[in-house]
Design a protein around this ligand. Structure first.
Ligand SMILES: CC(C)(COP(=O)(O)OP(=O)(O)OC[C@H]1O[C@@H](n2cnc3c(N)ncnc32)[C@H](O)[C@@H]1OP(=O)(O)O)[C@@H](O)C(=O)NCCC(=O)NCCS
Length: 131
């Protein structure tokens, strides 16, 4: 699915739908956008699909759309997500204090980002060579 500000993709494994990955809030004057990623079923998590999907949407964002910056928000308690974004070179920009309200509690979120120039310098590393 695609609009002026969004690109949304289904994540599939073995022909089955397992999640969504997206590029949202594309702001063309500054060429930045927000990423989203979810592997919905617990059985499919932890098998490498999330990281493969992350690399795919980062490539689309920088190589196809020529965006300058991709950013995202992740819950400060989401150890797997933080690990995954750190591993792929995303930089922690700061903590968005009590940003999200869920089931009677406020939760902090970490904002992270990757610049196209940083992605270019990582492209030659083994991690990014899987497609
Ligand atoms: C976060 C999410 C997208 C990751 O996708 P996934 O397919 O489960 O993850 P992968 O199997 O690709 O990779 C997980 C990595 O995290 C590591 N990991 C798993 N649990 C971890 C933990 N508790 N702490 C640190 N690292 C952890 C794994 O070892 C693996 O890294 P490695 O390949 O270097 O060994 C997925 O779990 C998910 O959708 N979670 C719920 C929604 C969410 O959190 N979305 C992101 C919000 S921005």
């Amino acid at each position: 699915m695609q609009s002026q500000t969004d690109r949304v993709f289904a994540v599939e494994a073995g022909g089955a739908y397992i999640g969504n990955a997206g590029i949202h809030e594309i702001y063309w004057p500054a060429r930045n956008a927000r990423l989203s990623l979810i592997i919905g079923s617990k059985e499919q998590q932890g098998r490498g699909y999330g990281q493969a999907a992350l690399r795919a949407i980062v490539r689309i964002g920088f190589d196809d759309l020529n965006l300058h910056k991709l950013w995202l928000k992740v819950f400060s308690t989401n150890k797997r997500g933080l690990y995954m974004y750190d591993k792929h070179g995303f930089i922690r920009e700061g903590t968005m204090r009590q940003e999200y309200y869920h089931r009677g509690e406020f939760h902090d979120m970490i904002r992270m980002s990757l610049l196209q120039e940083e992605y270019r310098s990582l492209q030659e590393t083994e991690l990014w060579k899987d497609l």
